[in-house]
Write a protein that binds this ligand. Structure first.
Ligand SMILES: [Cu+2]
Length: 480
C-alpha cells in the first residue's frame, strides 16, 4: 500500500525531485519501504570526508571535543530557515545535516512569559516540513501540525503569545511520515521561557546554565549523519550532545544548571554522574517542580526534559566527572573541572506552587497498539477522533498491548500524571508538576489529568518515538 497517495500530498506537490540525493529519492518511495532505507544527508560531499570515524561514546582513549553551545536568539522577530548544511560535529569532522540557520542544533530561543513569538520560517529543504513548538501552548495555526505543511521554497509566519510559565521547550519538524528523518538528520532546537518566579530563585545563569540536547546518531563511512531506522525505532550507535560527538565541557568548581532534552528518536536515557554524586532535580517538561529533590539516576524518553543542578564545588581542579547513560554504558559528556572559583549559590529547596488538577468530568481510554495505532486506528490527517470541551478537566488513561516504550505526547495543554499501574508500578519524581510527554512501558497503564484552557482548535496526541509516530501512532482531536 502506498499511503503517500493520500491527501497529505495535496499540500506537498512542490517537492523537488531533480536533486538525486538519497534524501530526495527517499521522499518519492512508498512509505512502507522507509524502514529498509539508509538515508544519508547530502551524499554529494561524501568524497571529501575522512573515513573511519567509528568512535564509540565509551572507553577511556576517546578524543573529546568541546561541547557546542548553540547561539541564542529572541523569538520576537526572527527569521528561521531549515536547509541542508555542513557542520563540524567535533574535532573538525564535517557532516552534512539538515539544520536551522546552519546551526546544529538550531538556535536556542529565549523569551519571557508575556512575550510574543514572531518567527518567519522558510523551508529550504527539498521536501515539505513544519515547525512544531513542542511544549508551547499555541493556536492550531502555529502548532506546526502535519496538515499545515510548508512546501519547499515557501515561507510561513509562526505567531503566538508566550503565555506559560518558565520551562524548557523545543522545536522540531512534524510532517507526517517524515518527522523521524528530519529530526534525526538535524532539525531540532531549544526554546527556553523565563519568568519572574524562576528569576527570583537566582539559579545559575549565563555560562553556568547549559542546554544539553542528548540523542544518538549513526554515521556512514564518509562521516555523514544517516537515518537508518528499524521498524521498532531508530536506535543508533553513538551518543551525541548538542550536535557534538564525544563532547567535553570545561567547568568551574561551581554550581551548574543543565537544561536537558531527550532529543533522540527512540532511545531512553538513564542519566547518572560517574562520581556517584546526585543531581538536584528542579524541573521537567512544564517547568519547576514544587520542591527540589536529590536523585542519582533519572530515566527519560524522547521529548521529555529535565532541569538539573550539578554541584562541582569542592572538586579539585583536574577532576573529571562523566555524565553517563546507565542503559547503554555510554559516556554522554565529560566534565573537566578547570578553575576554582567562589560560588555562593544556595541550592533552593522550595521552588514553586502547583495547583493540582482534580475532579475530572470525563474519562477517556487510549490503547497504544503495535507500532502504528491508537485505539486500533492509524493516523489520518483528515479524521478528528474525539472532541474535548474547553476548560474541562479530564482523566486520560493510556495502556499498551506491547511494543513499548511509547513516550506519549499531547499538543495544546500540559498535564499532570496521576498514576502508573503495572510495569514499573509507580510515579517518579521527574513526573510530578506539569508534563507534556509521559513514558508508557510495556504492561503499564498511566493516568493523567488534563485541561485545555489555552485555545480551541485541532491538536494531536501521539507516540513520540518518531518511527511509531511516522507509522501512524497519532490521532487528531478537537478542543471545542
Ligand atoms: Cu510508540
Amino acid at each position: 500500500m502506498d499511503i503517500k497517495s493520500n491527501a497529505m500530498d495535496e499540500n506537498n506537490t512542490a517537492r523537488r525531485t531533480e536533486d538525486g540525493s538519497a534524501q530526495a529519492a527517499q521522499t518519492k518511495i512508498a512509505r512502507r519501504d522507509f524502514l529498509k532505507l539508509a538515508v544519508a544527508a547530502g551524499a554529494a560531499i561524501a568524497a571529501s570526508r575522512v573515513p573511519g570515524l567509528g568512535i564509540a561514546g565509551g572507553g577511556g582513549t576517546v578524543t573529546r571535543y568541546p561541547l557546542r553551545i548553540p547561539p541564542g536568539a529572541s523569538p520576537s522577530s526572527f527569521s528561521l530557515t531549515a536547509a541542508p548544511s555542513t557542520v563540524d560535529v567535533g574535532g573538525g569532522q564535517l557532516s552534512s545535516v539538515l539544520a536551522y540557520n546552519n546551526s546544529f542544533p538550531g538556535p536556542t530561543f529565549r523569551a519571557n512569559t508575556g512575550d510574543t513569538a514572531s518567527i518567519q520560517f522558510t523551508n529550504g529543504l527539498s521536501e515539505a516540513t513544519t515547525v512544531h513548538w513542542h511544549g508551547m501552548v499555541v493556536p492550531t495555526a502555529a502548532d506546526g501540525q502535519p496538515q499545515n505543511l510548508i512546501s519547499p521554497g515557501m515561507s510561513y509566519s509562526y505567531q503566538f503569545p508566550i503565555m506559560q510559565r518558565a520551562c524548557l521547550n523545543w522545536y522540531h519538524p512534524h510532517p507526517h511520515m517524515e518527522t523521524g528523518k528530519q529530526v534525526v538528520l538535524g532539525l531540532a532546537g531549544a526554546f527556553i521561557i523565563n519568568d519572574a518566579e524562576e528569576a527570583a530563585l537566582g539559579l545559575p545563569s549565563g555560562m553556568y546554565e547549559v542546554p544539553l540536547i542528548v540523542r544518538d546518531a549513526n554515521f556512514n563511512s564518509s562521516g555523514n549523519l544517516v537515518y537508518n531506522p528499524t521498524s521498532s525505532g531508530f536506535l543508533a550507535k553513538n551518543p551525541m550532545v548538542n550536535g557534538t560527538r564525544n563532547p567535553k565541557l570545561d567547568v568551574d568548581a561551581a554550581l551548574y544548571r543543565f537544561r536537558v532534552l531527550n532529543g533522540a528518536s527512540a532511545r531512553l536515557f538513564k542519566l547518572a554522574l560517574s562520581n556517584g554524586a546526585p543531581f538536584t532535580l528542579i524541573g521537567n517538561d512544564g517547568g519547576l517542580l514544587e520542591s527540589a529533590i536529590s536523585i542519582s539516576q533519572i530515566e527519560f524518553s524522547p521529548g521529555e526534559r529535565l532541569d538539573l543542578l550539578v554541584d562541582f564545588r569542592g572538586l579539585p581542579v583536574g577532576t573529571k566527572v562523566n555524565l553517563q547513560d546507565v542503559n547503554s554504558g555510554w559516556i554522554l559528556l565529560e566534565f573537566n573541572v578547570t578553575r576554582a572559583i567562589t560560588d555562593n549559590h544556595a541550592i533552593p529547596t522550595s521552588l514553586s506552587t502547583i495547583t493540582k488538577l482534580t475532579n475530572p468530568v470525563t474519562t477517556r481510554l487510549f490503547t497504544f497498539d503495535g507500532m502504528t495505532r491508537i485505539n486500533g486506528k492509524e493516523y489520518d490527517p483528515n479524521r478528528i477522533d474525539f472532541q474535548v470541551p474547553f476548560g474541562q478537566t479530564e482523566l486520560w488513561r493510556f495502556s499498551t498491548g506491547g511494543n513499548a516504550p511509547h513516550p506519549i505526547h499531547i499538543h495544546g495543554a500540559s498535564f499532570q500524571v496521576r498514576s502508573r499501574s503495572g510495569g514499573r508500578g509507580k510515579l517518579f519524581p521527574w513526573e510530578s508538576g506539569w508534563k507534556d510527554t509521559v513514558l508508557l512501558k510495556d504492561k503499564e497503564a498511566v493516568e493523567i489529568l488534563i485541561r485545555f484552557d489555552g485555545y480551541r482548535g485541532r491538536y494531536l496526541i501521539h507516540c513520540h518515538k518518531l518511527e511509531h509516530e511516522d507509522q501512524g501512532m497519532m490521532a487528531n482531536f478537537e478542543v471545542i
